[in-house]
Design a protein around this ligand. Sequence first.
Ligand code: HEC
Ligand code: HEC
Length: 276
Amino acid sequence: MSWINARRRRPAAGYAALLLGLVVVALAYGSLTSRGGVTAASAAVGARQDTTAGKNLFQANCSSCHGLEAQGTSQAPSLIGSGAAAVYFQMSTGRMPAKEIGPEQPRKPTTFTEPQIYEIADYIASLGGGPAIPTDEQVSTEGADTARGSQLFTANCAQCHGFAGAGGALTYGKYAPSLVASTPKQIYTAMLTGPEAMPVFSDGTLSPEAKRDIIAYIRETITEPNPGGFSLGRTGPTTEGLVAWLGGLGFLVLAALWITAKRRDVRPAEPGTEES
Ligand code: HEC
Ligand code: HEC
């Protein structure tokens, strides 16, 4: 054991232990944050002319409840007329495909890629009607009025989702979920389609500008800020920020160690100035 103590007193061992600690924390944090990321990358736009791919995906994953032609069954409603936006909202938030029928489907990680979601959405849209998925420009919050968004949120959303957007219980075992993880496109499609107990906010009720203001407000005050600016999946920027932060912290601690090490060297030369 004494060799450990001998080594521990050497500054180099201290630095090494510190660095090791920081690396462990960074890795642990990285693995924690990389789990929750719903891919919001919008690489989808390319592949979406043909609805047979979407139909095949639908029949493999959704038809057991919604029927082979999306006509509905005793298990689940018809999706004819639901539109692409409803599919986008339900699938990108992981609510669909449902695992079991309950009072309300919870948000969960999705196993589908963004292009697959668009394929199924196009197939459902091809059956007729329903709102389309907004484009990236339509959900862009650049130049949006967050003060107006705050007022609109208070007037239209807070009674269910809470003033801080943390969510809350509704009647009959239903609840309004937290908005912390919602991406701009998910917020927009939630308003367009009114899932479950949530009312539909059509463009007549809330104009596209009003929707954008609300999204800007939610994203700025409720959702974790996204340092990347674009919603490219939030793991990257967060982890980068953490690494930069840990790096800075590590530097400060190293500097502190260095300074105190100097002091210790100097001390014997000036006896009596300070007690040790
Ligand atoms: C285990 C059964 C089940 C499976 C599998 C399932 N759903 Fe559903 N789905 C439901 C039920 C029940 C509802 C209605 C209740 C609700 O919205 O919570 C619903 C609602 C929906 C809605 C909302 C309808 C509307 O008009 O707003 C959409 C869209 C949807 N499902 C799409 C899908 C898609 C796409 C898949 C396949 C990827 C799928 N579902 C797989 C049971 C299922
Ligand atoms: C009457 C209550 C009610 C009101 C008002 C309401 N919501 Fe909701 N909202 C809900 C419920 C319930 C759900 C969950 C639906 C489900 O799981 O199928 C929900 C889901 C959502 C989601 C999905 C959250 C996620 O990522 O999982 C978003 C985003 C959302 N609402 C935004 C809004 C906005 C914005 C407004 C105001 C314009 C609003 N809601 C008004 C009840 C409400």
